[in-house]
Design a protein around this ligand. Structure first.
Ligand SMILES: NC(=O)c1ccc[n+]([C@@H]2O[C@H](COP(=O)([O-])OP(=O)(O)OC[C@H]3O[C@@H](n4cnc5c(N)ncnc54)[C@H](OP(=O)(O)O)[C@@H]3O)[C@@H](O)[C@H]2O)c1
Length: 236
């Protein structure tokens, strides 16, 4: 279904992006994975049986533009790059807080703008939102919540501005990925507590979010959509 199509994934070296990469590969896609750590990228490429890898920080405009230099065509652009940079407004400096916006709004814009001349006729763009858009609860999530809500607005506007390129958002709830490694020892306890609060009684798996990304990529009539994959987390 994706035979000979080129899928570029910012954040493809881990978690949700890596799961999407694996599923795209199994449908025949050629892959370019982008992230900050070459080691993680190489490990991911090996696990996928090969992929082009490029080191770039999505918040660095020049580095993002360089990712696309010499590239022939982009059929699908996916952005899952991001970190769990929570911080309470009262005790976190603004530059640190604003990194959530750099990663989720500025970064994707750099990538989309740089890819524009390369997009195939039926190209798609899939961005990452999140449950925090509807349920901005938890400690220190104000700016991430604003960022993921902003991603939804951005995608809707771009679906019109960039037509016929389709632009969609996948909005995950809590999903067990290395994103939470930043919490150290307490990440397991945290995810267990979240799991107990959810109607489905568990947190998500990267593959379950990855398959939503593949749906956005391959269903050519889905456009301007926000697809929530959260185990019902928005309801509790
Ligand atoms: N897991 C969840 O519960 C959850 C819920 C809602 C939304 N999300 C969002 O989904 C996205 C993917 O998360 P995940 O759970 O798959 O996390 P993950 O396993 O930590 O993967 C994040 C990926 O993004 C890359 N990355 C991070 N910062 C980057 C940057 N500045 N420039 C380029 N690449 C960058 C990472 O590689 P490097 O570290 O090498 O750069 C890695 O490949 C994130 O935006 C996250 O906020 C996740």
């Amino acid at each position: 279904m994706l035979g000979n199509q080129h899928v570029v994934i910012f954040g493809g070296s881990s978690g949700i992006g890596l799961a999407a990469a694996g599923q795209a590969r199994s449908l025949g896609a050629r892959l370019t994975l982008v992230g900050r750590s070459r080691e993680k990228l190489n490990r991911a490429a090996e696990s996928l049986g090969g992929a082009r890898v490029v080191v770039a920080d999505i918040t660095d405009r020049a580095a993002v533009e360089a990712v696309f230099a010499g590239m022939e065509r982009v059929d699908h652009l996916v952005v899952t790059a991001g970190t769990f940079n929570a911080g309470r407004v009262a005790d976190t400096d603004p530059d640190t807080l604003l990194r959530a916006l750099d990663e989720r709004i500025a970064g994707p814009l750099y990538a989309i703008k740089a890819a524009l001349p390369l997009f195939a006729e039926r190209a798609s763009i899939t961005l990452m939102g999140g449950q925090l858009s509807d349920r901005p609860t938890g400690n220190g999530v104000a700016v991430i919540s604003a960022a993921v809500r902003g991603v939804e607005a951005l995608a809707g506007a771009l679906a019109q501005e960039l037509k016929p390129i389709r632009v969609n958002v996948v909005a995950p709830g809590f999903t067990d990925t290395p994103l939470f490694d930043v919490l150290g020892e307490s990440s397991k306890v945290f995810l267990q507590q979240v799991a107990e609060s959810l109607p489905v009684g568990r947190v998500g798996r990267a593959e379950e979010i990855g398959s939503a990304i593949l749906f956005m990529m391959t269903n050519a009539y889905v456009n301007g959509e926000v697809l929530h994959i959260d185990g019902g987390g928005r309801l509790v």
